[in-house]
Design a protein around this ligand. Structure first.
Ligand code: GUN
Length: 295
């Protein structure tokens, strides 16, 4: 298999940005600029990078964006107070509180405080529940929605497909399974969700048409777990030690890309696969939020 089996997330994200940007221009002609607020608590280096990338894309597409950075030691009450202010701010249509949040703050409380209509991250329990129920008025969480879009726009059929999701986190694994199992032309898959207690994970993977790796274990999915017809989506972002780099570390995915890529039908590069799609879905959700507010 040659490098042409790559699913290019950057190219597909740009297609979605073009569609979103068109919707933003339409809005601006009506005198409204969709607005997105970022809340970052503490100085987690990865969160700084992620929020920075999301801000930059917001500006490029013409969204109004504001970023609130709160100190690591901020009180829970102060975070909740900021969210209430953003909930009331009519120039803000979407609110994103970047995870992880420091441990002294109850993240469930924080995500539940965001107005469900402004919850463009899809983390509010109401939106989580709506996604499970197949209610299309929900905001889909950005990373799993991006994976679904990546598969659909790459012409990969999901109906009846055997899909193995590796990982049961609230941000990717659980909502990913929930989205793909829906009775919908965009889903209809048979989903197996594997986690740290699953026996015979390799056998589940070998049976799958599509494997979505999102458990946060560096290069977990190896070549012996895939076959020539496998489609592999790598959601993992893991920092590992690497003495050959100046920083002494390096980012790797959940897939042993070097050995898996030559063997499979299709695979996402990492970086350049799922990451850009997460941002594209956030931008799209924000415009959808603004559209709902203007109705
Ligand atoms: N941290 C990692 N992924 C995400 C995401 O999709 N949204 C937020 N808010 N935080 C994250």
């Amino acid at each position: 298999m040659s490098l042409s089996n790559l699913i290019d997330g950057r190219v597909i994200a740009e297609q979605i940005h073009a569609e979103t940007s068109h919707r933003i221009d339409h809005f601006k002609k009506l005198g409204v600029q969709p607005g997105l607020a970022f809340v970052r608590v503490g100085e987690d280096p990865a969160s700084q990078v992620y929020v920075g990338m999301k801000e930059k894309t917001s500006q490029r597409l013409g969204l109004h964006s504001v970023t609130h950075v709160l100190p690591e030691t901020v009180s829970q009450a102060a975070v909740l107070d900021l969210i209430q202010r953003l909930n009331r701010d009519s120039s803000i249509h979407g609110i994103l509180v970047q995870a992880p949040i420091p441990r002294h703050i109850d993240s469930t409380l924080v995500y539940s405080a965001v107005l469900p209509e402004k919850d463009v991250d899809g983390f509010h329990p109401i939106n989580v529940g709506k996604v499970l129920l197949g209610d299309s008025s929900a905001f889909l969480p950005c990373t799993p929605a991006g994976v679904q879009e990546l598969l659909l726009r790459s012409g990969i059929s999901l109906a009846g497909a055997e899909i193995v999701v590796l990982g049961r986190g609230n941000i990717v694994g659980k909502p990913m399974a929930s989205i793909l199992m829906q009775k919908s032309p965009q889903a209809n898959a048979t989903v197996t969700l594997c986690h740290s207690y699953t026996r015979h994970i390799a056998e589940h993977c070998r049976r799958a048409d599509i494997i979505i790796a999102a458990m946060g274990v560096p290069r977990f999915l190896t070549a012996d777990m895939v076959h020539s017809g496998s489609v592999v989506i790598d959601v993992g972002v893991n920092r590992i030690a690497d003495s050959t780099t100046t920083s002494g570390t390096r980012l790797v995915g959940d897939v042993d890309f070097i050995h898996v890529q030559p063997k499979v039908l299709k695979i996402t590069p990492n970086p350049g696969g799922v990451g850009p799609m997460t941002i594209a879905m956030l931008m799209r959700n924000t415009v959808a939020a603004a559209e709902k507010f203007s109705k």
